[in-house]
Design a protein around this ligand. Structure first.
Ligand SMILES: Nc1nc2c(c(=O)[nH]1)N[C@H]1C(S)=C(S)[C@@H](COP(=O)(O)OP(=O)(O)OC[C@H]3O[C@@H](n4cnc5c(=O)[nH]c(N)nc54)[C@H](O)[C@@H]3O)O[C@H]1N2
Ligand SMILES: Nc1nc2c(c(=O)[nH]1)N[C@H]1C(S)=C(S)[C@@H](COP(=O)(O)OP(=O)(O)OC[C@H]3O[C@@H](n4cnc5c(=O)[nH]c(N)nc54)[C@H](O)[C@@H]3O)O[C@H]1N2
Ligand SMILES: [Mo]
Length: 770
């Protein structure tokens, strides 16, 4: 018997085709003009041999080992029944809470989970831990932590990064040039957090190209803009975009091409930046020649680019990746300052935007209805860390650090609970994480699959996949609300987060506060109705729940007019001031200057990173490794399925190198190589290309961490997870964001026998009682 069920994932809406209880294939959403190739991987993932079939506990932990110093990942697991598991987990929550305080339960649990907004593992876990007394949370995200911390100081909101950005339909009509730092990478347009009914990035980029908008791809990688865009490619050394923008600013100032009227009306502090650019205080003028030496972009190109920007109605964009680096605040700040100098901010299709090529839905026509989501509960522990400071938190309990003008203290984490995220995917310097991981007494991980966090846990909770439950998909970045109907029965003993967390809540005496005495159908109705009410307040009529559920999806009509960020403000800055101390765009920020951070002073500056091609360390590790988003999966998700597996070279994650860099090392297409620095090493399969700036190597993130010797920090990752190589430092004391893109490595041929990739099969398991 064949059944069809509407469903959705972060990589798109689809129809699940179920034959005799098995998901056999998925059909793309009928309304999607450009459905992601990733959809083909779903059946493999759901029915994968690496699914977790029942609860497990690490053998040593079960035998009473709570002491710090235990290297996790190297011991077998023992099967345990659900009742015992619930008791163990609830017991640990109560023990740690009562003995050390709730802030010692680290429940930040960063990660994307799945698209359904109710069974969103991380949100459910937060509700449980909040009702149970509190936990330490994580603030901001790995995507744009530096940017979202900085922008409110500069323009009064971080909406320019995650909310309404300049719309494509205006760019097509009003812009004559679109300059993209980090390009517009179509592979990234496959993804929308919460799912999407339409994928439009390629469509709009094509429309812009056809309309004659001049496209400029400033990036180390040529294919960051597709061929059809016929973009000018300006290769740039990674991590040096701020220097390029400063060189452009110098041209504008020296040639009197900056918009003095706009700067005067709408900004504050331009004089400080101007003095810096001209070198008045320190004697170093940030000329195009100065910028050329840092960026590798020829002086003449910088001058022409600056003149073109002044002459043509121009839109400036930066990928989020550009700030995922040391001093990542600077390029985002400088982009806004440069746009202000051009004076086009607040005009349709012009000004500046972030992330237009980073995720589907940025700049597409839509009403900004808040996405449907599980409401957060107040966290009684009132404890958090900036998201990417997790290893440092484990290393330095009780010690102080700076963040965004505040002096904070790291909590003493004794227990970690992760649900719906993969720190062994997302965090940098995994060997350092692994050492710090050993200081914790108890680590609980819930996962549908034996990913690295599950393998490095003490207690493993088997979660259902999204196909095994009813839910609602929704994103503020898409016009659709998607019914996600259960398509298959839960696998083996896997359970929904909500169900087993209710049992944990029960054991802790807080079941009703956690569930609010609602079952899943009641919750879905409540969440939908909240979205419907929000829509009504904004003039969007949504059908009632039953109509929505029967239809499988509803589309919220797009407003006839595009929204133009900053339009009201620019029309009348006094009447519609920004939410900044001055009410204006702050090219100089007294507030940030007042923090006294040498790594993020009062206006945008060029600060040489520790790791980039222009630094000393490049003498030892001469290749800049960019770890970009994977075309073949979402982060670590779907790595075990066909689209990702087909991209591997002898089961290893590919690494891209420039032909001359490969030849200089005696390497050829298809070779297995060892990528290394003093933090770690991994294997990879070589792809040779001429589309890279020499000196740059590229690996996608997301190959599951697979150490040759599990449990031994520093062991070779035989599969190709680039985060064994990346450095774990905050972008600055302001944003404390992750700096994954600032990473130098060396590459050599792998000469030994090729160790097998083991991570797509379950880890060693011992029979109970053995
Ligand atoms: N070097 C480098 N590192 C990076 C980046 C980079 O550019 N370079 N990018 C960073 C960015 S932008 C991000 S957002 C992060 C992403 O990092 P993560 O969001 O942590 O990565 P995912 O693989 O999506 O992790 C989600 C996990 O949730 C699990 N999951 C899915 N559904 C469920 C469910 O229903 N229940 C439970 N319990 N689990 C579920 C999946 O199996 C998966 O393991 O990575 C960051 N890391
Ligand atoms: N297919 C797929 N799509 C995804 C994701 C995924 O896992 N898979 N993840 C999603 C998530 S969570 C996020 S946050 C977004 C992230 O979106 P982004 O941060 O924009 O994505 P990246 O692929 O890391 O980087 C985009 C490009 O920036 C360029 N770049 C890197 N460093 C520099 C630099 O210093 N200067 C310049 N000029 N360019 C540079 C690289 O060439 C890279 O190809 O992607 C989303 N989209
Ligand atoms: Mo992200």
């Amino acid at each position: 018997m064949t059944e069809l069920k509407p469903h959705a994932a972060h990589w798109g809406a689809f129809t699940a085709v179920v034959d005799n209880g098995r998901l056999t294939t998925v059909q793309p959403f009928p309304g999607d003009p450009n459905p992601p190739a990733l959809l083909a991987s779903i059946p493999d993932a759901v029915h994968s041999p690496v699914r977790i079939d029942r609860p497990y506990v690490r053998k040593g932990w079960l035998a009473g080992d709570r002491a710090g110093g235990t290297p996790r990942g190297g011991e077998p697991f023992v099967p345990v029944d659900w009742d015992t598991t619930i008791r163990l987990v609830a017991g640990e929550v109560a023990r740690v809470r009562d003995r050390f305080g709730p802030a010692s339960i680290f429940g930040g649990s960063y990660g994307w989970s799945s698209a359904g907004r109710f069974h969103h593992a991380r949100s459910q876990l937060h509700r449980l831990l909040a009702t149970a007394g509190g936990f330490t949370a994580q603030l901001t995200n790995y995507s744009y932590a530096a940017g979202m911390t900085l922008m409110p100081h500069i323009v009064g909101t971080n909406a320019v990064i995650e909310g309404p950005v300049v719309e494509w339909r205006d760019i097509v009509v009003h812009a004559k040039q679109l300059v993209c730092f980090g390009g517009i990478t179509l592979r990234n347009g496959q993804i929308t957090s919460g799912g999407a009914g339409r994928h439009e990035m390629a469509y709009w980029l094509r429309r812009a190209a056809e309309a004659g908008v001049k496209l400029v791809n400033i990036s180390p990688i040529r294919t960051d803009m597709p061929d059809f865009a016929q973009a000018e490619w300006i290769p740039i050394r990674p991590g040096t975009d701020t220097a390029l923008m400063l060189g452009m600013a110098h041209v504008l100032i020296a040639e009197g091409r900056h918009d003095a009227v706009f700067l005067d009306r709408c900004t504050t502090g331009f004089g400080r930046l101007r003095a810096y650019v001209l070198g008045e205080a320190d004697g170093t003028a940030r000329t195009p020649a100065w910028a050329a030496a840092i960026t590798g972009v020829p002086e003449a190109t910088i001058i022409r680019l600056a003149r073109d920007c002044a002459a043509l109605p121009t839109m400036l964009s930066a990928a989020w990746s550009v700030q995922r680096a040391e001093h990542g605040e600077q390029p985002f700040w400088m982009l806004a300052a440069l746009a202000a100098m051009l004076g086009h901010i607040g005009q349709p299709g012009q000004g500046f935007a972030y992330g237009m090529g980073s995720m589907n839905g940025m700049g597409t026509p839509r009403l900004e209805i808040p996405s449907i989501g599980l409401p957060a509960l107040p966290n009684p522990a009132n404890s958090f860390i900036p998201v990417a400071r997790v290893t440092e938190m484990l290393e330095r309990p009780g010690q102080d650090y700076d963040y965004n003008g505040r002096r904070l203290t790291y909590p003493d984490a004794r227990m970690i609970w992760w649900a719906g995220g993969n720190p062994f995917h997302h965090h940098q310097d995994l060997n350092r994480l692994l050492r710090a991981w050993a200081r914790v007494e108890t680590i609980v991980v819930s996962e549908p699959w034996w990913t690295a966090p599950a393998r490095h846990a003490d207690i493993v909770l088997p979660a259902t996949t999204t196909l095994e439950r009813d839910d609602i998909g929704s994103s503020a970045r898409d016009r659709h609300i998607l019914a996600m109907k259960q398509a298959i029965q839960p696998f083996a003993q896997a359970r929904n987060e909500f169900d087993y967390l209710a049992d944990v809540a029960d054991a802790l005496g807080v079941r009703d506060r956690y569930t609010m005495q609602r079952d899943v159908p009641a919750w879905l109705r409540v969440l939908y109705q909240r979205g419907r009410d929000a829509g009504a307040r904004m003039g969007a009529e949504l059908p009632d729940f039953d109509t929505f559920w029967a239809a499988g999806a509803v589309e919220v009509a797009a407003p006839a007019q595009a929204s133009v960020p900053f339009a009201d403000f620019v029309r009348n800055p006094a009447a519609a001031p920004l939410n900044t101390p001055s009410g204006r765009i702050e090219i100089f920020s007294e507030r940030i200057a007042g923090f006294g951070y040498d790594d993020c002073p009062g206006h945008p500056v060029w600060l040489a990173p520790r790791e980039y091609l222009g630094g000393e360390r490049a003498g030892t590790y001469p290749l800049h490794l960019l770890s970009v988003q994977p075309a073949t999966r979402l982060h670590g998700q779907l790595d075990q399925a066909r689209v990702s597996l087909a991209s591997k070279i002898e089961d290893r994650e590919p690494i891209l190198m420039q032909a001359a860099d490969a030849a200089a090392r005696g390497l050829a297409e298809g070779d297995i190589v060892r990528v290394f620095n003093d933090r770690g090493a991994c294997l990879a399969g070589l792809r040779v290309t001429d589309g890279l700036l020499p000196g740059v190597a590229v690996m996608a993130t997301g190959a599951w961490f697979d150490p040759l010797e599990p449990g031994v920090p520093g062991s070779l990752c035989v599969h190709g997870n680039p985060n064994v190589l990346t450095q774990d430092v905050g972008t600055s004391r302001l944003g404390q964001g992750p700096s994954a893109q600032s990473c130098l490595v060396q590459v050599e041929a792998w000469r030994g026998a090729l160790p097998p990739v083991k991570v797509h099969a379950p880890p060693p398991i011992e029979p109970a009682g053995a």
